[in-house]
Design a protein around this ligand. Structure first.
Ligand code: ADP
Ligand code: ADP
Length: 229
């Protein structure tokens, strides 16, 4: 029973047809990697899964909830779907701990103590417990991205979306972020990942999808993608 169903999704930016009828079904616990040239619609597509982008035609159902422009559904879906961006998007004037506890306190209405407790567990899990009271600007890119992952996980999502999570990182920091993602995948998180990291796709993905010019043009196992004669 699939947790993401996207059916014939179309998206226009003005006259530009960015998604030209894209369909994808993702099962619980599955890790799907989206690849393809820059501008092919990968980011636009995954952003429709948590209503960061509207779409004009087609159907998206997340964990049984139909994603329409009904605001109530959007709130429900945003609680289920966490997202990590290329540029971290942390709040610079808040500490690491405050970044992570903000949404649980204000959206989930958790007590500060409960939110902080979970945040500390998550920081330990992503390997940066000792940075809890620092500000994002005091951290390396790799550390900031791990904070962003912890912040998304603090909402206890059922699905995690990653939009080129390592593209803004220096090479030596890429691995620490991919390791965190690999562990998440092992723990059974449903993940849709836009990345150019072939190694990650090969080792972690259950399925690799290739997009081009707003179309989904190929879908298969990592083996069928990377081990062709
Ligand atoms: P990818 O993630 O594969 O690089 P994107 O989804 O970011 O591709 O973009 C797909 C296409 O849509 C690109 O041609 C891009 O320029 C265009 N696009 C993205 N966002 C907007 C926007 N807000 N307004 C107009 N065009 C956009
Ligand atoms: P990415 O490929 O990583 O998504 P882009 O450079 O395509 O990054 O887009 C960065 C931001 O600019 C996004 O918010 C996207 O929606 C917006 N954008 C991209 N292309 C256009 C465009 N042609 N017109 C307006 N906004 C755009």
């Amino acid at each position: 029973n699939p947790i993401i169903i996207a059916e014939d999704v179309h998206k226009w930016y003005g006259k530009f047809h960015a998604l030209q009828g894209v369909s994808l079904t993702v099962n619980r616990g599955e890790v799907v990697v989206l690849m393809g040239p820059s501008g092919s619609g990968k980011s636009t597509f995954i952003r429709t899964f948590n209503a960061l982008e509207e779409y004009q035609k087609g159907k998206i159902i997340i964990d049984g909830i139909t994603l329409s422009n009904d605001l109530r559904n959007i709130d429900a879906i945003r609680k289920e779907v966490g997202m990590v961006f290329q540029q971290f998007n942390l709040f610079p004037h808040l500490t690491v701990l405050q970044n992570i506890t903000l949404a649980p306190i204000w959206v989930r209405r958790w007590t500060k103590a409960k939110a902080q407790d979970l945040a500390m567990q998550l920081l330990e899990r992503v390997g940066i417990l000792e940075q809890a009271h620092k500000y994002p600007g005091q951290l390396s890119g790799g550390q900031q991205q791990r904070v962003a992952i912890a912040r998304a996980l603090a909402m206890q999502p059922k699905i995690m979306l990653f939009d080129e999570p390592t593209s803004a990182l220096d090479p030596e920091m890429v691995r620490e972020v991919l390791d965190v993602m690999r562990n998440l995948a092992r723990e059974g998180m449903t993940m849709v990942v836009v990345t150019h990291e072939v190694g990650f796709a090969r080792e972690v993905a259950d399925r690799v999808i290739l997009m081009d010019s707003g179309f989904l043009i190929e879908s298969g196992t990592p083996d069928s993608f990377f081990n062709q004669p």
